[in-house]
Design a protein around this ligand. Structure first.
Ligand SMILES: NC(=O)c1ccc[n+]([C@@H]2O[C@H](COP(=O)([O-])OP(=O)(O)OC[C@H]3O[C@@H](n4cnc5c(N)ncnc54)[C@H](O)[C@@H]3O)[C@@H](O)[C@H]2O)c1
Length: 153
């Protein structure tokens, strides 16, 4: 049976799970972008290892995910940072809250994007999911800018 043929129930409906049989490691998985990616991969049927420097946070995140027994595991890791853009996460909110007027600061930063807003974490998970799938089979060694048009705005 192919991965696409593997079926799972979600909200009472049968649907294919694109990543059944795949094993995925997500770092920074206790919060924000990493957590959204882990949630997406679990929903698509992958076995996911959630890794984070925050041991308690990543264990809590793993417990909340609906993966079958043994398909979601948590661990502690310390990795380097390497992400660009502006995604609406607890990290961004903490930065805004440090400003005198967080709402005004949000409007100012969001105006720098052609789409006029920060990315939602699910939108970054969508881009990562695309890069793991058959639809991107001939894409390699190039960067996909999920930046709301920041590069040309
Ligand atoms: N949100 C954005 O727009 C934005 C912009 C530029 C860079 N980034 C980077 O993207 C990554 C995720 O950001 P986010 O917005 O989801 O933040 P977040 O604060 O919501 O989540 C970051 C997660 O990474 C974990 N973490 C921090 N340092 C780590 C380390 N050394 N090793 C392993 N895990 C670590 C934290 O415990 C937390 O769970 C971060 O590296 C951040 O610097 C985010």
């Amino acid at each position: 049976m192919s991965a696409a043929d593997s079926l799972a129930t979600g909200g009472g409906e049968l649907r294919a799970q694109a990543l059944a049989g795949r094993r995925i490691v997500v770092t920074g998985a206790a919060s924000g972008i990493g957590l959204a990616i882990a949630e997406r991969f679990v929903a698509e049927g992958a076995a996911v290892a959630l890794l984070d420097i925050d041991t308690e946070g990543v264990n809590q995140a793993a417990r909340r995910l609906p993966g079958q027994s043994g398909t979601v595991v948590a661990g502690t890791v310390d990795v380097a940072e390497d992400v660009d853009g502006a995604v609406d996460t607890p990290m961004i909110q903490r930065s805004l809250d440090a400003e005198d007027d967080p709402d005004a600061a949000r409007r100012t930063y969001e105006s720098r994007f052609a789409l006029g807003r920060f990315a939602k974490t699910d939108e970054i998970a969508d881009a990562v999911f695309f890069l793991t799938g058959g639809g991107s089979a001939f894409i390699t060694g190039s960067a996909l800018a999920a930046d709301g048009g920041r590069a040309f705005h």
